[in-house]
Design a protein around this ligand. Structure first.
Ligand SMILES: C[S@@+](CC[C@H](N)C(=O)[O-])C[C@H]1O[C@@H](n2cnc3c(N)ncnc32)[C@H](O)[C@@H]1O
Length: 294
């Protein structure tokens, strides 16, 4: 899931995105909206996630749970949502988890009898998967370090693919990413992924009332970039409107069967960056696309 909390008033950060540039890795710089291509986005995000994986797992690990499948800060859980189908039907199925982080979702899939592979760009995120398996005394989840836009698998290698806020918000060429996922899936296989709800790009990334006033254009697809003093990107997120996303999915050979907008549940008080009970009462924070490969 997105990690950031805007703190730089100079840029009205889209939701889930950061204006914080003086983090653990000592980067100082600025948050801007500018173009960022595939190579620059991938390089920046790989370094950012390697540098910030420890803090991310420390901060969010207990909410995620070591072996739970949580789709979003609203806490939607696959054991109840069943967006990948009936959990009983997962037994024996091959599943690619994309942008898996510490592979919490893959661990839940393993417990259902599925055969997941957890893929992530960040070596340090994947090391946390090994750490959790060791701590729990489990066989390690199979891990692959790769960019989701260039999947190192044969055609039709998987029955299902999923992603909880992994890779899709960070990749420059998500049309290509969708084609790659379609290539490695068998016909009829589901591809389900969650992202920051696109409408949030119109709002500042603030959990309080200031996050309820639209200050940017929903239609502005210019990437959100944090860059260092030399102008090199150190973190990038990319925006697609709902229509853009539907078009890239259908062009890649997917059929959209549901678009889930999880509501903020009664009783959930835990904030996650710009996601909060206040904003959750007014605005969707997450979009989960449920698709089937033609
Ligand atoms: C917000 S985290 C989500 C991780 C996990 N699903 C969770 O909910 O904690 C995003 C993950 O996507 C990974 N990622 C970012 N860009 C990627 C890319 N192009 N290919 C593969 N993984 C990527 C990051 O390394 C990070 O682990």
């Amino acid at each position: 899931m997105s990690t950031h909390q805007a703190s730089n008033p100079a840029v009205e950060s889209p939701d889930g995105l950061s204006g914080r540039l003086d983090g653990d890795d000592g980067d100082d710089g600025e948050a801007v909206r500018r173009q960022a291509g595939t190579a620059e986005s991938s390089r920046a995000n790989r370094h950012w996630w390697d540098s910030n994986a420890d803090e991310y797992q420390d901060e969010h690990g207990s909410f995620l749970g070591d072996a739970r499948f949580t789709w979003c800060p609203e806490g939607l859980d696959e054991s109840e949502a069943r967006l990948l189908g009936d959990p009983d039907a997962l037994r024996g199925r091959t599943v690619l988890e994309i942008g898996a982080g510490a592979a919490q979702c893959s661990r839940w899939l393993t417990a259902q009898g599925a055969k997941p592979v957890a893929l992530d760009l960040s070596h340090r995120q994947l090391q946390h998967s090994l750490r959790i398996d060791q701590q729990l005394g489990l066989a390690p989840v199979p891990l692959v370090q790769a960019d989701a836009a260039v999947l190192p698998f044969a055609d039709a290698a998987f029955d299902l693919a999923c992603s909880a806020y992994g890779a899709v918000p960070f990749a420059a060429d998500t049309a290509r990413l969708m084609r790659e996922v379609r290539r490695v899936l068998r016909p009829g296989g589901r591809w389900v992924f969650s992202v920051t709800h696109p409408i949030r790009w119109a709002f500042p990334d603030e959990p309080g009332p200031e996050g309820l006033t639209a200050l940017s254009s929903y239609f502005d697809r210019t990437p959100y970039v944090e860059q260092d003093e030399q102008g090199r990107a150190v973190y990038v997120e990319h925006h697609r409107t709902l229509g853009d996303r539907v078009r890239e999915l259908t062009s890649a050979g997917f059929r959209l069967v549901d678009l889930v907008e999880p509501e903020w549940p009664e009783g959930l008080t835990q904030e996650w960056g710009g996601w909060s009970p206040l904003r959750g009462r007014h605005l969707p924070g997450t979009a989960v696309f449920v698709t089937v490969a033609d």
